[in-house]
Write a protein that binds this ligand. Structure first.
Ligand SMILES: [Zn+2]
Ligand SMILES: [Zn+2]
Ligand SMILES: [Zn+2]
Ligand SMILES: [Zn+2]
Length: 411
């Protein structure tokens, strides 16, 4: 991250005349002025989405970058527009809700009925609001007409990408046969979705919905807290600033209490189908490591690392973590099972005693962690606490060495 911070509008304007801003694309930036020159344009017509995306932004639907999206209009200006493309579930729900509400003669719907349908709309949309280029936005509208889709239907960014013929700085050509095929393949599901939308709209209109708003949600509380934490500058003091506000180690006095008196109880064992379902819905996590992967710390294979989570689902997760490498300024980046990674973080936290060291696991060596872990299938590890007690002293000393970046003799 750049440390660049502007103190005034003048300073900002002066800077972007000669430079570019990482992550943003202002009209006056060097990148955009160069682009204007290369098109011999009289000026630029940017919209908000263009200005707040990076110069190397790429359209999800057509795959083009900005220099291939921009186009001269008939007045000699370079048009630079991106659009927020959305599924219209929210609009349809609202329309049907109003329809059913009025059809009843007596209005029983209230503010919460409307909140209910707004919340339901998220689940009924086929895709999230996504930025696409103006040509893709137009191609969506054209394809809908040409393939005679339902008025309420929108092609997703991925679907748009399938039916367009892409050229630089020109409108897309719509391949109607592909667009029609996508519509006819998806029609059944779309109609099922419309039925659900109507059912929910009616439930809301009849005020038979189940939404009960709280006075304040935990998200609101957290947002306010983040605001205050920033205002006080606490967020600059630590990567986990809220931990500076309370003693996050239970039973003050014994920082090791988290690992004492822990009795291992065998948990549920996943069935074959549990594993297959897990791979189906969490494939990304499962395939992050090879099939024959073994945790380099606890030596468990993938299936043994699968555990039943607090959220009542089977989970496999291999985590990238940083441990102590060969000296104070060289960490070891390694992929461990979830239980080993968590153990490393917790032991690290115990050892650094609130010092500003991140991640706390960088005080541990792999072989030290290995020596204290007693692995269990499908559950958290047990620890050799007597061995750990000695290591914690070493880790604490190492933490001080790292913070003072002096040569560490605590091997
Ligand atoms: Zn596009
Ligand atoms: Zn759209
Ligand atoms: Zn492990
Ligand atoms: Zn040391």
């Amino acid at each position: 991250m750049s440390k660049l911070r502007f103190e005034s509008i003048e300073q900002l304007e002066q800077y972007i005349c000669e430079n570019n801003l990482i992550g943003l694309d202002p009209e006056k930036s060097k990148n955009m002025q160069d682009m204007m020159t290369s098109f011999s344009a009289k000026g630029l017509h940017l919209n908000k989405w263009w200005a707040i995306t990076p110069f190397d932004w790429k359209c999800e639907a057509c795959g083009r970058v900005k220099k291939d999206i921009a186009r001269l209009n008939k007045h000699g200006y370079l048009t630079c527009h991106l659009h927020e493309h959305h599924d219209h579930a929210d609009r349809i729900l609202k329309r049907e809700f109003e329809f059913f509400s009025k059809a009843q003669g007596v209005i029983v719907a209230d503010e919460n009925s409307e909140k209910f349908i707004k919340r339901a709309a998220y689940g009924l949309a086929a895709f999230d609001k996504t930025l696409i280029c103006s040509d893709c936005n137009k191609a969506d509208a054209d394809a809908k007409k040409l393939s005679r889709t339902d008025d309420d239907f929108s092609f997703s960014p991925r679907e748009i990408g399938r039916f367009i013929i892409v050229r630089s700085n020109q409108e897309h050509i719509v391949d109607v046969s592909i667009a029609s095929a996508i519509w006819s393949d998806g029609k059944n599901v779309f109609e099922k979705r419309l039925r659900l939308i109507r059912d929910l709209a009616r439930i809301a209109a009849e005020n038979l919905h189940w939404y009960q708003p709280s006075k304040q949600t935990s998200t609101q509380v957290e947002r306010m807290a983040i605001y205050h934490i920033r205002q006080y500058g606490i967020s600059n003091l630590s990567s986990e600033p809220e931990k500076l506000l309370y003693n996050s180690v239970v039973f003050a006095g014994d920082k090791a209490s988290w690992r004492r008196n822990k009795i291992y109880r065998p948990k549920k064992i996943p069935s074959d189908m549990d594993i297959k379902h897990l791979i189906g819905i969490r494939g990304k996590l499962w395939f992050k490591v090879n099939e024959d992967w073994i945790c380099p710390c606890c030596q468990r294979g993938k299936i043994d690392c699968v555990y039943f989570s607090k959220n009542k689902s089977w989970v496999f997760e291999a985590k990238n973590i940083e441990l102590y490498g060969v000296d104070v300024d060289e960490t070891l980046r390694i992929t461990l099972c979830n239980d080993c990674a968590n153990a490393a973080l917790q032991f690290g936290r115990e050892a650094i005693e609130g010092k500003n060291l991140y991640p706390p696991s960088i005080v541990l060596k792999l072989e030290e962690l290995k020596a204290i872990i007693v692995a269990n299938p499908h559950g958290a590890h047990d620890y050799r606490n007597d061995v750990a007690d000695i290591f914690v002293l070493t880790w604490h000393a190492r933490a001080i060495c790292i913070l003072e970046s002096k040569n560490c003799i605590h091997q």
